[in-house]
Design a protein around this ligand. Sequence first.
Ligand code: DC
Length: 675
Amino acid sequence: MYDIPHLDLPPLIGASGTVRLPGSKSISNRVLLLAGLARGTTEVHDLLDSDDTKVMLAALAQLGCGLERAGAVLRVTGIAGRLAVHEATLFLGNAGTAMRPLAATLALLAATQGGRFELSGVARMHERPIGDLVDALRPLGCRIDELGQPGYPPLRLSGAAGGRLATERPIRVRGDVSSQFLTALLLALPLVAQERDIVIEVDGELISKPYIEITLNLLQRFGVAVARAGWQRFTIARGATYASPGAIHIEGDASSASYFVALGAIAAHGGAPLRIEGVGSDSIQGDIRFVDAAQAMGAQVRSGAGWLEVHRGRWPLQGIALDCNHIPDAAMTLAVMALYAEGPTRLSGIASWRVKETDRISAMAAELRKVGAGVVEGPDFIEVTPPAQWQAATIRTYDDHRMAMCLSLAAFNPLAGAAPGRPLRILDPRCVGKTFPDYFEALFGVASADPPAVPVLTIDGPTASGKGTLAAAVADKLGYHLLDSGALYRATGLASRWDGVAPDDEAGLGRLAGLLDLRFGHGPDGSRTWLRGREVSAELRTEEAGLLASRVSALPAVRKALEDLQLAFRRAPGLVADGRDMGSVIFPAAELKVFLTASAATRAERRHKQLISNGISANIDDLRADLEARDARDANRSVSPCRPAGDALLLDNSDLGIEESVQQVLAWWEQRRPF
Ligand code: DC
């Protein structure tokens, strides 16, 4: 997950490969609650790991459910319908899929078994209506106190043991604001249906029906059958009890799939389709119907059980007019596909957008206008006309995961004729953590950019100047890739020793460098490197490897052989490259070039400290003499001498802490960004 204040996306131009979707949020949270209420232990496979499931899990733990992780499987032992804990204060973040069903469940259990529960969330959660659910529950005899505004969380649910509920008459609930109220009742009422059938009647036209289908489907998996008459009347049979189905698999999230279906329709052109795994033609999620809408706009889609393959069909896409009542969440993605369409796209039946994580109609309108689109909004519709002139834009995301994911698709503007392509800045990208923590990683895994359009920041400097630490910190802050070019020379030196290639065999060393089998990865304690499948992270950092590197790096054949490998690091969203010649030779057009100039004395001191703290004894004068000798060799060699590029900014970090250096470089970088 990109845990940074903003993420800049370069213009993107293609998509191919395979995306594996995280589990469905709607299914995950329903399954967790059902497993937590049921008798027995449920093995949950492929559970979504996100903000919303975290709050549900925390709530279940507080309520005394057993939770045990075994690898990718979560074992949930339920309370068999009997409260194990009678008082709790639950914080439910911004998860509607936790707030509504838990409110109904705990209201009914407190009213019959005795208890006192407080449910709250983030500020936005306290603006999301729950009054219709409260109104449905109170007549049954539930005691519900609104602790803030009437009709909104936070809520207190309380009651005494032995209380009886008035469930003889049909329970009425409004269906036209959020289907989550009905879902909450359907999940909770089987807990109190021991003595008689319970009937729920829906007032008004029920919206988002597919979500009710998910609820009914999962109730059945946990042993509760609900008879339904149209979408108006639901009957829970007397004697219902929840029993664990044993094991249950969570399918991939169909709403999350929508971004990649759209991506395929926009950017999978020329070659293979974009493959999406985890959700397919057998999905029980309503948002799978997004595929029909995407096809109407021009997507070519093939599907099977658990997979979709998408590529571009009609281009530009075709503007459409659609009532999106059946796909409220995925419909947001259509609003962004509209940027790539011929003619306007009008999405209606989306009044529920206004009470989601944010007011999604006005948020969508505001952000689409920023990239240049024409937008008309109404109480329950939005109409989007593609940009005549694309703009670079800073996109607000309103703590709404879907705003971030949707708007990221505007980065493909070169495909709609933006020349030059326009970059985008996504504010608070970590909001995708609500349902798809690795969304951007998945996007960059399949999206491609024209390399010259990918921003590069170079940090060159002499040995022990601290550029490695600085570059890693800057890359981290920007969410960019990191190229530690020194590691490539160090690895070449190491490989030459393994293979016994003589230090003066330039052709042999060049061949070796050209065939380096290097792999980079991340471990809990920083970056890791493998050479020919063997981990060499520590070995590469030794003084000996540095010395070997300094020798082999003076050979033109070696430098030439490593060029392509270095250029290949230039991938979306951007690159921070550190070394000696990053700005002068490898990336001469980099947007920002920094050259570090700490004195030899300072660098010797730093290296000394570093060695001592690693338990290696060293003499500071020897180190300094060594550094100076290496400086001389690196600076005076005939190819790529270590000197600042003409347009590099010099940074003497002798007296700067690492954080100050990072801030300086980020400030320079910011000045060069078009936002
Ligand atoms: O930055 P470092 O200490 O890991 O570099 C090891 C050696 O590799 C150094 O002596 C110079 C050489 N090098 C180079 O010539 N060009 C680069 N881009 C990076 C490193």
